[in-house]
Design a protein around this ligand. Structure first.
Ligand SMILES: *Cc1c(COP(=O)(O)O)cnc(C)c1O
Length: 453
Protein backbone atom coordinates (compact mmCIF):
# COMPACT_ATOMS: atom_id res chain seq x y z
CA UNK A 1 0.00 0.00 0.00
CA UNK A 2 1.43 3.40 -0.94
CA UNK A 3 1.84 6.19 1.60
CA UNK A 4 -1.00 8.30 0.19
CA UNK A 5 -3.42 5.38 0.31
CA UNK A 6 -2.42 4.64 3.87
CA UNK A 7 -2.98 8.20 5.03
CA UNK A 8 -6.34 8.50 3.21
CA UNK A 9 -7.48 5.19 4.64
CA UNK A 10 -6.56 6.23 8.15
CA UNK A 11 -8.61 9.41 7.89
CA UNK A 12 -11.53 7.51 6.37
CA UNK A 13 -11.48 4.81 9.05
CA UNK A 14 -11.28 7.40 11.82
CA UNK A 15 -14.02 9.83 10.81
CA UNK A 16 -16.31 8.60 8.09
CA UNK A 17 -19.45 6.55 8.74
CA UNK A 18 -20.20 4.72 5.48
CA UNK A 19 -23.66 3.86 4.12
CA UNK A 20 -24.86 0.22 4.21
CA UNK A 21 -21.58 -0.85 5.84
CA UNK A 22 -20.51 -2.88 8.86
CA UNK A 23 -19.16 0.14 10.70
CA UNK A 24 -17.15 -1.80 13.24
CA UNK A 25 -15.40 -3.94 10.65
CA UNK A 26 -14.77 -0.96 8.38
CA UNK A 27 -13.23 1.11 11.16
CA UNK A 28 -10.61 -1.63 11.46
CA UNK A 29 -10.00 -2.63 7.85
CA UNK A 30 -10.87 0.47 5.83
CA UNK A 31 -11.75 0.28 2.16
CA UNK A 32 -10.71 0.92 -1.39
CA UNK A 33 -10.25 4.62 -2.20
CA UNK A 34 -11.52 5.31 -5.71
CA UNK A 35 -9.58 8.28 -6.97
CA UNK A 36 -10.14 8.52 -10.70
CA UNK A 37 -12.52 7.33 -13.40
CA UNK A 38 -12.40 7.34 -17.17
CA UNK A 39 -14.81 5.95 -19.78
CA UNK A 40 -16.01 2.68 -18.17
CA UNK A 41 -13.05 2.25 -15.83
CA UNK A 42 -12.43 3.22 -12.23
CA UNK A 43 -8.98 3.55 -10.66
CA UNK A 44 -8.14 3.24 -6.98
CA UNK A 45 -5.47 5.17 -5.10
CA UNK A 46 -3.01 2.36 -5.82
CA UNK A 47 -3.50 2.91 -9.54
CA UNK A 48 -5.40 -0.35 -10.04
CA UNK A 49 -7.77 -0.18 -13.01
CA UNK A 50 -11.15 -1.94 -12.84
CA UNK A 51 -13.89 -2.23 -15.48
CA UNK A 52 -17.01 -0.93 -13.76
CA UNK A 53 -19.68 -3.53 -14.41
CA UNK A 54 -22.13 -1.65 -12.13
CA UNK A 55 -22.08 1.88 -13.65
CA UNK A 56 -21.14 3.25 -10.23
CA UNK A 57 -24.30 2.52 -8.25
CA UNK A 58 -26.48 1.91 -11.34
CA UNK A 59 -26.19 5.57 -12.32
CA UNK A 60 -23.22 6.35 -14.61
CA UNK A 61 -24.98 4.79 -17.58
CA UNK A 62 -22.89 6.82 -20.03
CA UNK A 63 -19.64 6.08 -18.24
CA UNK A 64 -17.41 8.58 -16.53
CA UNK A 65 -16.15 10.72 -19.40
CA UNK A 66 -18.90 13.04 -20.61
CA UNK A 67 -17.44 16.52 -21.14
CA UNK A 68 -20.76 18.06 -22.27
CA UNK A 69 -22.34 17.35 -18.86
CA UNK A 70 -19.33 18.82 -17.06
CA UNK A 71 -19.40 21.88 -19.31
CA UNK A 72 -23.15 22.41 -18.80
CA UNK A 73 -22.76 22.29 -15.02
CA UNK A 74 -19.75 24.60 -15.10
CA UNK A 75 -21.56 27.16 -17.22
CA UNK A 76 -24.68 26.97 -15.05
CA UNK A 77 -22.71 27.45 -11.83
CA UNK A 78 -21.26 30.65 -13.27
CA UNK A 79 -24.63 31.97 -14.47
CA UNK A 80 -26.93 31.01 -11.58
CA UNK A 81 -25.39 28.61 -9.05
CA UNK A 82 -28.54 28.40 -6.97
CA UNK A 83 -32.01 29.67 -6.57
CA UNK A 84 -35.06 27.90 -5.20
CA UNK A 85 -38.36 27.03 -6.81
CA UNK A 86 -40.46 28.07 -3.79
CA UNK A 87 -42.64 31.18 -3.44
CA UNK A 88 -43.56 31.68 -7.10
CA UNK A 89 -39.99 31.57 -8.43
CA UNK A 90 -38.50 29.36 -11.10
CA UNK A 91 -35.23 29.05 -13.02
CA UNK A 92 -34.46 28.20 -16.59
CA UNK A 93 -32.65 24.85 -16.20
CA UNK A 94 -35.40 23.41 -13.98
CA UNK A 95 -38.25 24.47 -16.27
CA UNK A 96 -36.34 23.26 -19.31
CA UNK A 97 -35.59 19.98 -17.57
CA UNK A 98 -39.30 19.60 -16.77
CA UNK A 99 -40.09 19.97 -20.47
CA UNK A 100 -37.29 17.60 -21.51
CA UNK A 101 -38.56 14.93 -19.11
CA UNK A 102 -42.13 15.31 -20.36
CA UNK A 103 -40.85 14.77 -23.90
CA UNK A 104 -38.94 11.56 -23.17
CA UNK A 105 -41.34 9.91 -20.70
CA UNK A 106 -44.58 8.12 -21.69
CA UNK A 107 -47.48 10.26 -22.97
CA UNK A 108 -49.53 10.41 -19.78
CA UNK A 109 -46.74 12.39 -18.08
CA UNK A 110 -46.92 16.15 -18.50
CA UNK A 111 -45.70 17.26 -15.06
CA UNK A 112 -42.73 16.65 -12.78
CA UNK A 113 -41.89 17.28 -9.12
CA UNK A 114 -38.12 17.49 -8.47
CA UNK A 115 -36.19 16.05 -5.52
CA UNK A 116 -32.49 15.30 -4.95
CA UNK A 117 -32.72 11.53 -4.76
CA UNK A 118 -34.79 8.45 -5.40
CA UNK A 119 -35.63 8.12 -1.71
CA UNK A 120 -37.02 11.63 -1.53
CA UNK A 121 -38.91 11.03 -4.76
CA UNK A 122 -40.61 8.00 -3.22
CA UNK A 123 -41.43 10.01 -0.09
CA UNK A 124 -42.90 12.55 -2.51
CA UNK A 125 -45.01 9.82 -4.11
CA UNK A 126 -46.63 9.16 -0.75
CA UNK A 127 -47.29 12.89 -0.26
CA UNK A 128 -48.80 13.11 -3.75
CA UNK A 129 -51.11 10.09 -3.51
CA UNK A 130 -52.34 11.17 -0.09
CA UNK A 131 -52.96 14.69 -1.39
CA UNK A 132 -54.69 13.32 -4.48
CA UNK A 133 -57.21 11.28 -2.52
CA UNK A 134 -57.73 14.09 0.01
CA UNK A 135 -58.59 16.45 -2.83
CA UNK A 136 -60.90 13.84 -4.30
CA UNK A 137 -62.76 13.64 -0.99
CA UNK A 138 -61.49 10.14 -0.17
CA UNK A 139 -59.17 10.91 2.77
CA UNK A 140 -59.43 7.36 4.12
CA UNK A 141 -57.45 6.10 1.11
CA UNK A 142 -53.97 6.17 2.68
CA UNK A 143 -52.65 2.60 2.51
CA UNK A 144 -49.90 1.65 0.09
CA UNK A 145 -49.06 -1.84 -1.07
CA UNK A 146 -45.47 -2.71 -1.97
CA UNK A 147 -43.46 -5.91 -2.26
CA UNK A 148 -40.99 -7.92 -0.24
CA UNK A 149 -37.40 -7.52 -1.41
CA UNK A 150 -38.24 -4.23 -3.14
CA UNK A 151 -35.79 -1.34 -2.87
CA UNK A 152 -37.24 2.16 -2.85
CA UNK A 153 -34.56 4.05 -0.91
CA UNK A 154 -33.45 4.59 2.65
CA UNK A 155 -35.36 7.47 4.24
CA UNK A 156 -37.95 6.29 6.78
CA UNK A 157 -40.76 6.41 4.23
CA UNK A 158 -38.77 5.00 1.29
CA UNK A 159 -37.32 2.29 3.54
CA UNK A 160 -40.84 1.41 4.69
CA UNK A 161 -41.98 1.15 1.09
CA UNK A 162 -39.02 -1.10 0.41
CA UNK A 163 -39.19 -4.71 1.44
CA UNK A 164 -35.67 -5.32 2.67
CA UNK A 165 -35.73 -7.43 5.85
CA UNK A 166 -32.34 -6.16 6.93
CA UNK A 167 -33.64 -2.59 6.85
CA UNK A 168 -37.01 -3.29 8.48
CA UNK A 169 -35.14 -4.93 11.36
CA UNK A 170 -33.49 -1.58 12.12
CA UNK A 171 -36.52 0.67 12.16
CA UNK A 172 -40.27 0.58 12.44
CA UNK A 173 -41.98 0.71 9.06
CA UNK A 174 -44.93 3.03 8.45
CA UNK A 175 -48.16 1.35 9.52
CA UNK A 176 -49.98 2.19 6.29
CA UNK A 177 -47.48 0.32 4.11
CA UNK A 178 -48.04 -3.38 3.33
CA UNK A 179 -45.98 -5.93 1.42
CA UNK A 180 -46.94 -8.79 -0.88
CA UNK A 181 -44.60 -11.41 -2.35
CA UNK A 182 -42.19 -10.59 -5.18
CA UNK A 183 -42.15 -12.21 -8.64
CA UNK A 184 -38.89 -14.00 -7.86
CA UNK A 185 -39.38 -17.27 -9.74
CA UNK A 186 -35.88 -18.68 -9.22
CA UNK A 187 -35.99 -18.30 -5.44
CA UNK A 188 -39.69 -18.84 -4.79
CA UNK A 189 -41.32 -20.38 -7.84
CA UNK A 190 -40.86 -23.94 -6.56
CA UNK A 191 -42.47 -26.45 -8.93
CA UNK A 192 -44.59 -23.85 -10.74
CA UNK A 193 -43.79 -22.83 -14.29
CA UNK A 194 -42.82 -19.18 -14.66
CA UNK A 195 -46.10 -17.95 -16.12
CA UNK A 196 -48.29 -19.63 -13.53
CA UNK A 197 -46.08 -18.30 -10.76
CA UNK A 198 -46.22 -14.79 -12.28
CA UNK A 199 -50.02 -14.80 -12.24
CA UNK A 200 -50.14 -16.20 -8.72
CA UNK A 201 -47.92 -13.51 -7.17
CA UNK A 202 -49.63 -10.73 -9.17
CA UNK A 203 -53.00 -11.83 -7.80
CA UNK A 204 -51.70 -11.33 -4.27
CA UNK A 205 -52.25 -7.65 -5.02
CA UNK A 206 -55.96 -8.25 -5.56
CA UNK A 207 -56.17 -10.29 -2.35
CA UNK A 208 -54.32 -7.60 -0.38
CA UNK A 209 -56.61 -4.86 -1.69
CA UNK A 210 -59.62 -6.91 -0.55
CA UNK A 211 -58.03 -7.62 2.82
CA UNK A 212 -57.33 -3.93 3.57
CA UNK A 213 -60.44 -2.66 1.77
CA UNK A 214 -60.39 -0.92 -1.61
CA UNK A 215 -61.75 2.23 0.07
CA UNK A 216 -58.56 2.41 2.14
CA UNK A 217 -55.87 1.56 -0.45
CA UNK A 218 -54.27 4.48 -2.27
CA UNK A 219 -51.55 2.90 -4.39
CA UNK A 220 -49.33 0.02 -5.38
CA UNK A 221 -45.61 0.70 -5.89
CA UNK A 222 -43.09 -1.50 -7.68
CA UNK A 223 -39.87 -1.50 -9.66
CA UNK A 224 -40.42 -2.89 -13.19
CA UNK A 225 -37.33 -5.03 -12.55
CA UNK A 226 -36.14 -5.17 -8.94
CA UNK A 227 -32.56 -3.88 -9.03
CA UNK A 228 -31.01 -4.06 -5.56
CA UNK A 229 -33.23 -7.07 -4.87
CA UNK A 230 -31.21 -9.04 -7.43
CA UNK A 231 -32.23 -8.03 -10.96
CA UNK A 232 -35.47 -9.96 -10.65
CA UNK A 233 -36.98 -10.15 -14.15
CA UNK A 234 -40.68 -10.86 -13.58
CA UNK A 235 -42.40 -13.65 -15.55
CA UNK A 236 -44.14 -12.39 -18.73
CA UNK A 237 -47.55 -12.83 -17.11
CA UNK A 238 -46.78 -10.63 -14.12
CA UNK A 239 -47.05 -7.02 -15.31
CA UNK A 240 -50.16 -7.47 -17.50
CA UNK A 241 -51.96 -8.98 -14.51
CA UNK A 242 -50.79 -6.20 -12.17
CA UNK A 243 -51.95 -3.66 -14.74
CA UNK A 244 -55.37 -5.35 -15.02
CA UNK A 245 -55.82 -5.23 -11.24
CA UNK A 246 -54.77 -1.58 -11.00
CA UNK A 247 -57.11 -0.68 -13.90
CA UNK A 248 -60.07 -2.48 -12.35
CA UNK A 249 -59.58 -1.14 -8.85
CA UNK A 250 -59.54 2.46 -7.68
CA UNK A 251 -55.83 2.57 -6.81
CA UNK A 252 -52.86 4.38 -8.31
CA UNK A 253 -49.90 2.58 -9.86
CA UNK A 254 -46.47 3.96 -8.95
CA UNK A 255 -43.58 2.60 -10.96
CA UNK A 256 -40.11 3.15 -9.50
CA UNK A 257 -37.82 3.58 -12.52
CA UNK A 258 -34.82 4.85 -10.54
CA UNK A 259 -32.61 2.08 -11.95
CA UNK A 260 -34.64 0.98 -14.98
CA UNK A 261 -35.15 4.47 -16.41
CA UNK A 262 -32.99 6.14 -19.04
CA UNK A 263 -32.20 3.07 -21.09
CA UNK A 264 -31.21 0.30 -18.72
CA UNK A 265 -33.69 -2.26 -20.10
CA UNK A 266 -33.31 -1.24 -23.75
CA UNK A 267 -36.08 1.40 -23.89
CA UNK A 268 -36.07 4.87 -22.37
CA UNK A 269 -38.20 3.48 -19.55
CA UNK A 270 -38.96 -0.08 -18.48
CA UNK A 271 -42.64 0.85 -18.39
CA UNK A 272 -42.29 0.72 -22.18
CA UNK A 273 -40.30 -2.55 -22.11
CA UNK A 274 -43.02 -4.24 -20.05
CA UNK A 275 -46.10 -2.38 -21.35
CA UNK A 276 -46.90 -0.78 -17.98
CA UNK A 277 -49.02 2.38 -17.73
CA UNK A 278 -48.12 4.02 -14.41
CA UNK A 279 -49.91 6.99 -12.82
CA UNK A 280 -46.70 8.11 -11.12
CA UNK A 281 -43.10 7.33 -12.03
CA UNK A 282 -40.01 7.74 -9.85
CA UNK A 283 -36.67 8.65 -11.43
CA UNK A 284 -33.16 9.49 -10.12
CA UNK A 285 -29.71 7.91 -10.68
CA UNK A 286 -29.20 7.83 -14.48
CA UNK A 287 -31.08 11.10 -15.04
CA UNK A 288 -27.83 13.07 -14.54
CA UNK A 289 -25.58 10.14 -15.42
CA UNK A 290 -24.78 10.17 -11.69
CA UNK A 291 -22.79 13.39 -12.01
CA UNK A 292 -25.00 15.44 -9.65
CA UNK A 293 -27.87 14.49 -7.34
CA UNK A 294 -31.30 14.76 -8.93
CA UNK A 295 -34.50 12.76 -8.60
CA UNK A 296 -38.17 13.31 -8.98
CA UNK A 297 -41.64 12.08 -9.70
CA UNK A 298 -43.34 12.18 -13.09
CA UNK A 299 -46.98 12.90 -12.33
CA UNK A 300 -49.52 11.48 -14.78
CA UNK A 301 -52.45 13.56 -16.04
CA UNK A 302 -55.00 11.69 -13.93
CA UNK A 303 -53.25 12.82 -10.74
CA UNK A 304 -51.95 16.17 -11.96
CA UNK A 305 -55.42 17.29 -13.11
CA UNK A 306 -56.76 16.85 -9.58
CA UNK A 307 -53.77 18.58 -7.99
CA UNK A 308 -53.99 21.48 -10.44
CA UNK A 309 -57.74 21.93 -10.00
CA UNK A 310 -57.29 23.79 -6.73
CA UNK A 311 -57.50 23.20 -3.00
CA UNK A 312 -54.66 25.36 -1.71
CA UNK A 313 -50.95 24.78 -1.18
CA UNK A 314 -49.26 21.43 -1.64
CA UNK A 315 -47.11 21.62 1.49
CA UNK A 316 -44.08 19.71 0.33
CA UNK A 317 -40.71 20.66 -1.12
CA UNK A 318 -36.95 20.51 -0.72
CA UNK A 319 -34.46 23.37 -0.66
CA UNK A 320 -32.82 21.92 -3.74
CA UNK A 321 -35.96 20.81 -5.62
CA UNK A 322 -35.00 21.64 -9.21
CA UNK A 323 -31.44 22.75 -8.40
CA UNK A 324 -30.15 24.64 -11.46
CA UNK A 325 -26.82 22.80 -11.68
CA UNK A 326 -28.41 19.36 -11.28
CA UNK A 327 -31.01 20.21 -13.90
CA UNK A 328 -28.26 21.43 -16.23
CA UNK A 329 -26.57 18.04 -15.77
CA UNK A 330 -29.90 16.33 -16.48
CA UNK A 331 -30.48 18.35 -19.64
CA UNK A 332 -27.02 17.49 -20.93
CA UNK A 333 -27.57 13.81 -20.12
CA UNK A 334 -30.92 13.68 -21.93
CA UNK A 335 -29.27 15.46 -24.85
CA UNK A 336 -26.68 12.70 -25.17
CA UNK A 337 -29.31 9.97 -24.89
CA UNK A 338 -31.46 11.65 -27.55
CA UNK A 339 -28.68 12.45 -29.98
CA UNK A 340 -26.76 9.19 -29.85
CA UNK A 341 -27.75 5.60 -30.52
CA UNK A 342 -26.93 4.50 -26.95
CA UNK A 343 -30.43 3.34 -26.00
CA UNK A 344 -31.08 1.76 -29.39
CA UNK A 345 -27.76 -0.08 -29.19
CA UNK A 346 -28.46 -1.33 -25.68
CA UNK A 347 -31.69 -2.76 -27.08
CA UNK A 348 -30.48 -4.26 -30.35
CA UNK A 349 -26.69 -4.58 -30.33
CA UNK A 350 -24.69 -4.40 -27.12
CA UNK A 351 -27.50 -5.50 -24.78
CA UNK A 352 -28.29 -8.67 -26.75
CA UNK A 353 -24.56 -9.39 -26.99
CA UNK A 354 -24.22 -9.16 -23.20
CA UNK A 355 -27.29 -11.36 -22.70
CA UNK A 356 -26.16 -13.96 -25.25
CA UNK A 357 -22.67 -14.20 -23.88
CA UNK A 358 -23.95 -14.53 -20.30
CA UNK A 359 -26.60 -17.06 -21.35
CA UNK A 360 -23.77 -19.24 -22.65
CA UNK A 361 -22.53 -19.46 -19.05
CA UNK A 362 -25.69 -21.40 -18.10
CA UNK A 363 -23.71 -24.60 -18.70
CA UNK A 364 -21.12 -23.66 -16.10
CA UNK A 365 -21.29 -26.15 -13.20
CA UNK A 366 -22.12 -23.51 -10.55
CA UNK A 367 -24.61 -21.42 -12.55
CA UNK A 368 -28.26 -22.00 -11.68
CA UNK A 369 -29.88 -19.30 -13.77
CA UNK A 370 -28.87 -16.42 -16.04
CA UNK A 371 -31.46 -13.69 -16.46
CA UNK A 372 -31.45 -10.16 -17.81
CA UNK A 373 -32.84 -7.54 -20.13
CA UNK A 374 -30.97 -4.85 -22.00
CA UNK A 375 -27.84 -3.91 -20.06
CA UNK A 376 -28.99 -5.49 -16.84
CA UNK A 377 -28.27 -9.06 -15.72
CA UNK A 378 -27.99 -11.55 -12.86
CA UNK A 379 -26.29 -14.92 -12.58
CA UNK A 380 -27.44 -17.23 -9.76
CA UNK A 381 -24.75 -19.37 -8.12
CA UNK A 382 -25.71 -22.89 -7.03
CA UNK A 383 -24.14 -26.14 -5.95
CA UNK A 384 -26.91 -28.21 -7.54
CA UNK A 385 -28.68 -26.96 -10.64
CA UNK A 386 -31.80 -29.10 -10.11
CA UNK A 387 -32.46 -28.56 -6.41
CA UNK A 388 -31.03 -25.00 -6.54
CA UNK A 389 -29.08 -25.83 -3.39
CA UNK A 390 -26.57 -23.07 -2.67
CA UNK A 391 -22.80 -23.44 -2.58
CA UNK A 392 -22.32 -22.06 0.90
CA UNK A 393 -24.37 -20.61 3.76
CA UNK A 394 -24.99 -16.86 4.06
CA UNK A 395 -24.32 -16.26 0.36
CA UNK A 396 -20.61 -16.87 0.95
CA UNK A 397 -20.02 -18.06 -2.61
CA UNK A 398 -21.20 -14.79 -4.11
CA UNK A 399 -18.65 -12.94 -1.98
CA UNK A 400 -15.89 -15.29 -3.18
CA UNK A 401 -16.99 -14.72 -6.78
CA UNK A 402 -17.16 -10.94 -6.40
CA UNK A 403 -13.67 -10.79 -4.88
CA UNK A 404 -12.34 -12.98 -7.70
CA UNK A 405 -13.95 -10.69 -10.29
CA UNK A 406 -12.49 -7.56 -8.70
CA UNK A 407 -9.07 -9.19 -8.50
CA UNK A 408 -9.44 -9.93 -12.21
CA UNK A 409 -10.27 -6.29 -12.97
CA UNK A 410 -14.08 -6.31 -13.00
CA UNK A 411 -16.47 -4.64 -10.56
CA UNK A 412 -19.68 -6.65 -10.09
CA UNK A 413 -22.07 -6.86 -7.17
CA UNK A 414 -23.22 -9.80 -5.06
CA UNK A 415 -26.86 -9.80 -3.95
CA UNK A 416 -27.76 -12.89 -1.99
CA UNK A 417 -26.40 -15.69 -4.15
CA UNK A 418 -26.78 -13.75 -7.37
CA UNK A 419 -24.01 -11.91 -9.19
CA UNK A 420 -25.36 -8.64 -10.52
CA UNK A 421 -24.24 -6.64 -13.53
CA UNK A 422 -25.38 -3.29 -14.91
CA UNK A 423 -22.51 -2.06 -17.08
CA UNK A 424 -22.50 1.36 -18.75
CA UNK A 425 -24.75 1.44 -21.83
CA UNK A 426 -21.83 2.82 -23.85
CA UNK A 427 -19.75 -0.39 -23.59
CA UNK A 428 -18.51 -1.68 -26.90
CA UNK A 429 -18.85 -5.31 -28.02
CA UNK A 430 -15.15 -5.84 -27.21
CA UNK A 431 -15.58 -4.37 -23.74
CA UNK A 432 -18.57 -6.65 -23.10
CA UNK A 433 -16.39 -9.58 -24.19
CA UNK A 434 -13.73 -8.55 -21.69
CA UNK A 435 -16.40 -8.19 -18.99
CA UNK A 436 -17.88 -11.64 -19.63
CA UNK A 437 -14.47 -13.32 -19.98
CA UNK A 438 -13.34 -11.83 -16.67
CA UNK A 439 -16.59 -12.86 -15.05
CA UNK A 440 -16.30 -16.42 -16.42
CA UNK A 441 -12.80 -16.66 -14.92
CA UNK A 442 -14.25 -15.55 -11.56
CA UNK A 443 -16.85 -18.32 -11.83
CA UNK A 444 -14.03 -20.85 -12.40
CA UNK A 445 -12.14 -19.54 -9.37
CA UNK A 446 -15.33 -19.84 -7.29
CA UNK A 447 -15.98 -23.38 -8.50
CA UNK A 448 -12.37 -24.32 -7.65
CA UNK A 449 -12.76 -22.75 -4.23
CA UNK A 450 -15.65 -25.14 -3.49
CA UNK A 451 -13.98 -28.11 -5.17
CA UNK A 452 -16.44 -28.30 -8.07
CA UNK A 453 -15.37 -28.95 -11.61
C1 LIG B 1 -31.33 3.62 -5.60
C2 LIG B 1 -32.82 3.47 -5.62
C3 LIG B 1 -33.66 4.32 -4.90
C4 LIG B 1 -33.12 5.35 -3.96
O1 LIG B 1 -32.46 6.37 -4.59
P1 LIG B 1 -31.44 7.30 -3.72
O2 LIG B 1 -31.02 8.32 -4.70
O3 LIG B 1 -30.34 6.40 -3.24
O4 LIG B 1 -32.23 7.85 -2.60
C5 LIG B 1 -35.01 4.19 -5.06
N1 LIG B 1 -35.53 3.25 -5.86
C6 LIG B 1 -34.76 2.40 -6.55
C7 LIG B 1 -35.39 1.40 -7.45
C8 LIG B 1 -33.38 2.46 -6.44
O5 LIG B 1 -32.61 1.58 -7.07
Amino acid sequence: MNAITKSLRDIDKSHHLHPFTDLSAYSKTGGKIISKAEHIYIYDSEGTKVLDGMSGLWCCNLGYTQPSIVEAVHTQLQELPYYNNFFNCSNQPSLEMAKALVEVTPDQFNHVFFTNSGSEANDTNIRIVHRYYDLKGQPEKKHIISRKNAYHGSTIAAGSLGGMDYMHKQYIGLDYVHHINEPNWFAEGGELDKDTFGLQVARELEAKIDEIGEDKVAAFIAEPVQGAGGVIIPPDTYWPEIQRICDERDILLIVDEVICGFGRTGEWFASETFGIKPDLMTFAKGVTNGFLPLGGVMVGDKVADVMLAGGGDFNHGLTYSGHPASCAAGLATIDILKNSNVIESSKSIVGPHLQNRLAALSDHPIVGEVRGRGMFAAVELVKDKTTRERLAPDSGAAVVCREAAIAGGLMVRATGDAMIMAPPLICTIEEIDTLVDTFAAALDTTADHYGIS
